[in-house]
Design a protein around this ligand. Structure first.
Ligand SMILES: N[C@@H](CCC[C@H](N)C(=O)O)C(=O)O
Length: 328
């Protein structure tokens, strides 16, 4: 078959976007998994953190499914929803849409530029769940907020929440961020273990100053990525709960891929949602000639590069100089 795709990224978290709605592709669940494993492979494939499938929806303007590079499906993807949402906005000629995701229909809106020449999209991150059974995470407690977990570390304090994919958050100083603890803990919880049997995204957070944090994430199903949108959203919420940042106030979230902005909203009855604002940048489009039952043997043809990355590179250079000078 000839598989049309776009490669793009949200804050350096890169994805392959496949529009099965327009192109009338029909995939089995096994096809989706195999496509993710084959095409996301950075050694033998095209290379990406995951695949975003654009699908028709009966209850929203479009539907998004996200598969990690290890072939596992996740319930949500914040950086991916900006890229997916931008694509659907372009396709429908609109600046505001609703996208059906695994657990909720979420808005996507064209926002102002996050940097000169870098269009931004605002996406809703919701639902937010604090019960540990939502991750799941089994430590003999119903919730985890700013507490040590003996089986993980004798010094680091953790918070856990689902948005609705699972996140474990540690807020610490430079020594914590620079230690090897994040890798050790994340690899343990994303291998065979009895604490997080479905795995978990593990983020270490450094509060830079009021309304500015740095987040580094080891993603379930991927490993360390430049950025993870749901993780940055969950981390911002946790810093608000810790009193380090403020609700309904934009927080600049720096990461190894650049930066986004998050705004945490408190609603009635203890309900939260988060606005995640950032780029949705196209890198190139191409056609992969492959057979679905053996996608590793593909040929990429008709590749066309977009010109948007140049402006994004300037954002990233500014962030890197800022982080090097002020944070690490
Ligand atoms: N990078 C995405 C999250 C992708 C899914 C995650 N790895 C999981 O398995 O939960 C984001 O931007 O949120």
């Amino acid at each position: 078959m000839e598989l049309k795709l776009i490669k793009g990224h949200g804050s350096g978290n890169d994805f392959l976007l496949i529009d099965e709605w327009t192109h009338r592709y029909t995939f089995t669940e096994e096809n989706r998994r195999d496509l993710a494993l084959a095409l996301c492979d950075r050694e033998t494939g095209i290379g990406a953190d995951g695949i975003l499938f654009v699908m028709e929806s009966r209850q929203a303007d479009a539907k998004m499914r996200i598969f990690n590079s290890d072939g596992s499906e996740a319930s949500m993807c914040g950086n991916g929803l900006r890229l997916h949402g931008r694509y659907v906005c372009d396709k429908l000629g609109r600046n505001e849409i609703v996208v059906e995701t695994n657990k909720a229909n979420l808005y996507v809106k064209r926002d102002g530029d996050i940097y000169e020449g870098v269009p931004a999209y605002r996406v809703e991150i919701s639902p937010v769940l604090f019960e540990l059974e939502s991750l799941p995470m089994m430590i003999g407690k119903d919730r985890l907020f700013d507490e040590k977990v003996e089986k993980l570390s004798d010094s680091i304090r953790f918070s856990a929440l689902a948005v609705p994919n699972p996140h474990l958050i540690a807020v610490g100083d430079r020594t914590v961020i620079a230690s090897g603890e994040q890798k050790r803990i994340a690899e343990m919880l994303n291998g065979p273990n009895d604490i997080c049997p479905d795995g978990v995204n593990v983020s270490f957070v450094y509060p830079i100053k009021d309304s500015a944090i740095y987040v580094r994430t080891f993603e379930r199903g991927v490993g360390f990525t430049n950025a993870c949108g749901t993780a940055m959203s969950a981390s911002t919420l946790t810093t608000c709960q810790l009193g380090l940042n403020h609700y309904d106030t934009p927080v600049d979230v720096y990461n190894n891929g650049g930066k986004v902005r998050c705004v945490v909203h408190q609603h009635e009855a203890g309900r939260y949602s988060i606005d995640l604002i950032g780029n949705g940048t196209y890198l190139f489009e191409a056609v992969a000639h492959l057979e679905l039952d053996s996608p590793r043997h593909f040929q990429l043809k008709d590749q066309k590069t977009y010109k948007e990355q140049a402006a994004y590179d300037q954002l990233r250079e500014e962030v890197e100089s800022y982080l090097n000078v002020d944070v690490f």
